[in-house]
Write a protein that binds this ligand. Sequence first.
Ligand SMILES: [Zn+2]
Length: 322
Amino acid sequence: MSEIHDPQTLRPADTSVSIAPSLQDNHIVSTSSKVAVATAHDVPVLMYHHVNPHRGMINSSPENFERQIAALARAGYTSLSAAEFAAFLRGAPAPKKSVLITFDDGYLDNWLYAHPVLARYNMRAVLFTVTGWVGDGAPRAHAGQTTALAETYAHKVGRGIIESGDTDRVMARWSELEAMQAAGTFEIHSHTHTHTRWDYVCRHSTAEKIERLSSDLELSRDLLRSKLGINSGHLCWPQGYFDSDYLDVARKNNFTHLYTTAAYGQNKVGTDPEHIYRFAISNMNGLRLLNRVRLARGAVVGPAYNAYKLWKRKIRGKDNAH
Ligand SMILES: [Zn+2]
């Protein structure tokens, strides 16, 4: 495959709001005779939570996040929009090196640290926000504007602050979500309204579980519509938990693309959009990130790596049982 047939090489540097290349770019590929359509075999979906200076399992430092995004950009990866990713699962072509970058929960540090980096490298991400934790007020200054930034917290400390009711110290505001949406760095989707595990809370009543989850999804969907004008069918499950009742409730609320925390599978044409695979990215440098993405991709390496990891997990599970 000649490089010229890769839509990546034909994409002009674009600093406008519409960051990802239009899928129409692929007409260049499909009109070239005798050359197979250069489309992605699969699209790895990356999962982030925090970008801040604290240590933690689900934190990336601002420096390493910049290294990761820079490495992806330099290696020619395109970060898809949720709509482009959905179209790919339905059979539309996507650039060969495509990823979907996702963030869970909607922390303030995403605005302070991740947004300016994404803007700098013309990359985009999807933010699954807990709509009940989003506050009002003017946007705070981000790292692209000043070094005097609002304080950020390690994950557990932040969760304690949220539980105490002071969510605004930890979470992004509506004005910040709106600014990121306008800049094209983040598009906003639902991570429910309250981030509650209704399967735990209502473990004695399935009817109550269904009712509470239903209003959780409804509230979230309606708020995204009224506050940001978003009509989203993309939903990320809190803590990755779902069951058949959860799936029914999501369908009834018009959520068509459901994001899991299952790491070892590929998102390909025809993959069930109600079971989208994602793997977590921790505080690693750019090279390690590229290696992790390479291990996830392709017709040969990706399936072999995933099978190995699942096998290892099974063996470990057996070990634990003894
Ligand atoms: Zn979450």
